[in-house]
Design a protein around this ligand. Structure first.
Ligand SMILES: Nc1ncnc2c1ncn2[C@@H]1O[C@H](COP(=O)(O)OP(=O)(O)OP(=O)(O)O)[C@@H](O)[C@H]1O
Length: 269
């Protein structure tokens, strides 16, 4: 078994936008240009870049939630983009996503227990009783309580709602978790708790994370490796230490300089 869980090779994606008063002209946006990456099992790869750099397009392309123009995605040894419908459904069980806004991504009319159990129900895993037990175990794992299964999302704080989002994503025991700005909507003290929880769960469950963020402060706490994107291109990649201590790129240095305490050390160097 390869120690690489996810590999992307030369991904490209363009969007066409209608412009002009009558919308008769078109403008091509290169959202991904020759993007390649490798995520090692049990580790975290952070994808960093400012707004519009292509991070969400990359996440959605990797999951086949949007079609890519070209490139290859190898997930757990399989040519992911070539899988037929039933093989894709089976593989999707092993890749789950945690979203930025835990309120918008949780159905307000469903009880928390039902939200977390949904993956088990869709994939017809276990009896209703076994599903209930698994949901309760998962609630405890993410720092919530069994009684919380009966409540609705609006009864929780932002941080607790993100715990629910994480429980929902992990109930199927996936191999890969794609986290799309999972702490950006939270207060700084709550961010730290959620990052700590993600780290503990990674260790306990042997998870691999692709962690998308615009915030290099967060990266330092969670990532092993970092990939920096600008305007659809990978401009730098390496271990978190290399990127923090010896970034070669002005753009990365500028992102770093926005971190309080990191200073302007390297900018313009
Ligand atoms: N459906 C779409 N149609 C046209 N252009 C799009 C579409 N989705 C994204 N884009 C453009 O593609 C580029 C990359 O967008 P993307 O959302 O992937 O970046 P991002 O780094 O995730 O940004 P953010 O942090 O703001 O979400 C941007 O220029 C964006 O305007």
């Amino acid at each position: 078994m390869s120690d690489i869980l996810l590999e992307a090779r030369h991904l490209n994606k363009t969007y066409r936008q209608r412009t002009g008063t009558l919308g008769l002209q078109t403008n091509t946006i290169h959202a991904l240009e020759d993007v390649s990456l490798q995520l090692k099992r049990g580790t975290t790869l952070a994808v960093v870049g400012e707004s519009g750099s292509g991070k969400s397009t990359l996440a959605r392309g990797l999951l086949r939630l949007l079609p890519l123009d070209s490139g290859e995605v190898i997930f757990d040894g399989q040519d992911f983009l070539a899988l037929d419908k039933s093989a894709l459904r089976a593989a999707r069980r092993h890749m789950q996503m945690v979203f930025q806004d835990p309120f918008a991504s949780l159905n307000p009319r469903m009880r928390v227990g039902e939200i977390i159990a949904e993956g088990l129900v869709i994939h017809r895993i276990g009896t209703p009783q076994a599903q209930t037990e698994q949901v309760i175990q998962m609630l405890k794992k993410v720092g919530l309580q069994a009684e919380d299964a009966q409540k609705y999302p609006h009864q929780f704080s932002g941080g607790q709602r993100q715990r629910i989002g994480i429980a929902r994503a992990l109930i199927l025991q996936p191999k890969l978790l794609i986290c799309d700005e999972p702490v950006s909507a939270l207060d700084v003290s709550v961010q730290a708790q959620i990052l700590l929880l993600l780290k503990q769960l990674q260790h306990e469950m042997g998870l691999s994370y692709l962690f998308i963020t615009h915030d290099l402060r967060v990266v330092r706490h969670i990532a092993d490796d970092v990939l920096v994107m600008q305007k659809g291109k990978v401009i730098e990649q390496g271990s978190v230490e290399t990127i923090y201590n010896a970034s070669q790129q002005k753009y990365t240095q500028q992102l770093l300089s926005a971190i309080p305490g990191h200073g302007l050390r390297a900018v313009g160097a």
